[in-house]
Structures are given as C-alpha cells and as structure tokens.
Design a protein. Structure first.
Length: 261
C-alpha cells in the first residue's frame, strides 16, 4: 500500500496543471495566515483595543457568509480557472492598497473594515472554485489522492505561514509586510492563470436557477446525516479556528511585547 501511494503521488505530480495547483493553493493558505497575523498586529498597534482586533478579523466572514451559497452556484456556471486567478488578483490589489495606506500613515479602522469586506467577497468566490479545480485537473478517478496531497501541502503552509510572517514582521515591521502579501497573491494568481485545464461542466443541475440549486443543496445537506454532521463540525471549527486573530493580544498582554514593532 505504501508503494502504491508513492506511485500514485508520482503519477499526479507528472500532471503539469496539478503541479501548478500545488503551487497556487499552498501560497494562498500561507497568504491568508500572514494577512490575519499582520492585520491583527496592525489593529492592535493603531488602537490598542482587543475589541477592534476581533471586529476587524470578523469582517471578512460577513462577505463569506453573505455570498458563500451564491458563490457555490456561480462556480458551477463559470470558468473556475478564471475565477481563481481573478479573485487572487483582487486580493493582491487589496493587499497593496493596505500597504500603501500603512506606509503613507493614512490607515484608519474604516479602511480595514472595507478592505476586509472586499477580501471576504473574494474568498467566498475563490473557495468553491478552488475545491472543484482538482477534479477538473485529474478527473474523478484520481480525485481522492489528489485532494489528499493538495490538502496535506496546503495545511503545512497554513502552519508555516504565520511563523514566516512573524519572523518578517519582527525583522522588517508592518510597513512592508502587506507588499510581500500582495506579491504572494500575485504569484498564486499567476500559477492559476497558467492552467490549461478546461473546467468540467457541473451537469444538468447547473441549468437550474441559482436559488433553486441552493435550496436543493441545503435540502440534501439536511436529509443526509453524514453531510449534515460534516457541516456542523465545519461550522464549529470556523469559530474554534478564529483564535490566531487574537494571538497578538495575548502575546502583548502575557509576554509584554511592545505595541510598536
């Protein structure tokens, strides 16, 4: 079984577009964690308020919750490759705007709220497209090993991202970290842009009106116990996984790290 797994991994890595996904997705996960960490330090430095840290960190969730269901239906009807690189370009632009506002000294909390909302809208459309692209690239037959390898690498960068961002923040400060973040998003967008794979049509269900498709999807979740419990656990994990946003507050309070970096 071990050798079969290695053989399957080598076979997947022989697919050009899959290699590009293994570049784009981990970069995206690292960028998300760097953004969360740097933004929390920025808010704490500007306001000294843990409440503001929580408010700004929660703003993207508004965009994701508002458009998440519609974005899933949109992913069935759209060119998912284009959706991926366009949303990442939007995220890069938002990061560069944030960097400019910080370096010019004009940054205010309402700027971060608006930028966070824009990031949430982008994440809402990017997530379903990103989850469907492995199937577009490798097909249904090799979908599970492709997802497993992709998730393993992405989760690794999910862990490494905050550490790398913390080191950069300590050495260079907040003034340039959002420029670096924008560059990461651009690299991920370029990897998606280089994909040659054409998205696989979602099937006859995608011909249904979006609201009908959403209603049918919610009904399926409710009547299918395995999926329903997965959704419950995923919802819980969203709240449990929000702790990195408040880590700068804990570090400052418990370790005495000064506010000005």
């Amino acid at each position: 079984m071990k050798f079969e797994g290695l053989k399957e991994a080598r076979s997947l890595l022989g697919i050009r577009d899959y290699r590009l996904l293994l570049i784009a997705n981990p970069l995206m996960f690292a960028g998300m964690q760097i953004r969360n960490m740097a933004q929390s330090w920025l808010v704490l430095e500007e306001t000294g308020s843990s409440i503001w840290v929580g408010i700004v960190a929660a703003t993207p969730a508004i965009g994701i919750i508002t458009l998440g269901l519609f974005a899933g239906a949109f992913a069935d009807r759209s060119n998912r490759r284009q959706t991926l690189y366009r949303t990442k370009i939007v995220l890069a632009i938002l990061a560069f705007i944030t960097a400019f506002l910080i370096s010019s000294g004009a940054i205010q909390m309402w700027h971060l709220l608006v930028l966070g909302l824009g990031a949430g809208f982008s994440f809402a459309f990017m997530a379903p497209a990103a989850q469907m692209m492995p199937m577009d690239v490798v097909g249904r037959e090799r979908l599970m090993p492709a997802i497993t390898l992709n998730n393993a690498l992405s989760m690794s960068f999910n862990i490494i991202g905050p550490a790398l961002g913390g080191v950069y923040l300590a050495v260079f400060g907040l003034n340039t970290i959002f420029y670096v973040l924008g560059a990461i998003y651009v690299a991920a967008a370029f990897a998606n842009f280089m994909l040659h794979t054409n998205p696989i049509p979602a099937g006859k269900d995608s011909a249904e009106p979006a609201l009908t498709q959403i209603r049918l999807g919610l009904k399926y979740v409710w009547v299918t116990p395995q999926v329903r419990w997965l959704m419950i656990f995923a919802t819980i994990s969203m709240f449990v996984g929000a702790y990195p946003a408040v880590l700068p507050v804990l570090v400052q309070q418990d370790l005495g790290v000064p506010e000005d970096l």
